[in-house]
Structure formats: C-alpha cells, structure tokens
Ligand binder design. Structure first.
Ligand SMILES: [Zn+2]
Ligand SMILES: [Zn+2]
Length: 150
C-alpha cells in the first residue's frame, strides 16, 4: 500500500499515514495540530493523481535516500582513500551505482511537501524542476499536473 508522510503545517514534523477514504482528519502526534485530508480510491490503490492534503496535482520524484548517510559514507570513503589509494572511493561509486539505483523512488508534492512512497504510477511523475518549484511555492501557481511549457 502507498505510504504517505505529511509534513505538519504547524511544527514541520512528518506524520505517517496510509490512504483511507474514510479518514478526513490527521492529527500530528507531536503538536496535535489537526490537518484535513481527502483520500481517493486511486490513492488506496497506490496511484497518485492528486495530493490528499492540498489537492494539487504537481509532484516530483527523487531517490528515497537519506542524504546524511550519503555524506557520512563519502567522508569515510575519502578518509580511507588515503590508505587504499582511492580504492574506497571507487567502491563507494560502485555501491552508489548498484545499490542506490535500486532504491525506491519517492514522490513529493511541490506545494505542501507531502511524501509518497510505493507509488505505482511513479513513472508518470517527473524529476524536480526548479522553475516549477519557484512558481508553485512563491507565486502559488497551479500547474494542474501539466509539465512546464515555454
Ligand atoms: Zn505538528
Ligand atoms: Zn500537497
């Protein structure tokens, strides 16, 4: 089933939920802020068309990878490379190529930063676009799921 992580509008913590069309309110377990949600049958099937929190249709996808761990691994590999003549960096590169390529992708709502994991139609969701992000976040533009066109 699709896993959804809503960013609390008040304290910014992640609130984990599973799509359920009977659920209309989600409470943050840190600050008790209540947020309205609207899940569709689509989302129960793992198909992401519309954000259950802000009802927008603009999402981007990225590797579901903890950047902190990546930085730590790189630092370790860089330090080890002094003794391994750079071999550890090669190993890290190969690790990245084979291991992290297989990592799941996460879809993220531009508007409210809700994260969606195990999205069945992840192939339909495009990569992050800076211009779209700026226009949605700062100008409140609604692309309605359409790609940016010039
Ligand atoms: Zn909260
Ligand atoms: Zn949203």
């Amino acid at each position: 089933m699709m896993e959804i992580q809503i960013t609390c509008t008040q304290c910014g913590s992640g609130v984990e939920v599973l799509p359920d069309h009977n659920a209309h309110k989600i409470e943050c377990n840190i600050c008790q802020q209540v947020m309205n949600v609207n899940f569709s049958q689509d989302q129960e099937q793992g198909i992401l068309k519309e954000c259950p929190v802000c009802t927008r249709q603009d999402f981007y996808k990225q590797k579901d990878f903890n950047r902190k761990i990546g930085v730590i691994l790189f630092v370790i590999a860089a330090i080890l490379s002094i003794w391994t003549y750079g071999l550890s960096l090669v190993i890290l590169y190969l690790l990245d190529l084979f291991l992290f390529k297989k990592l799941a992708l996460v879809a993220i709502c531009y508007k409210c930063k809700t994260n969606f994991r195990r999205v069945k139609n992840i192939d339909e969701i495009r990569d992050f676009d800076h211009e779209m992000n700026d226009r949605i976040v700062y100008a409140d533009h609604d692309f309605k799921g359409k790609p940016l066109s010039h």
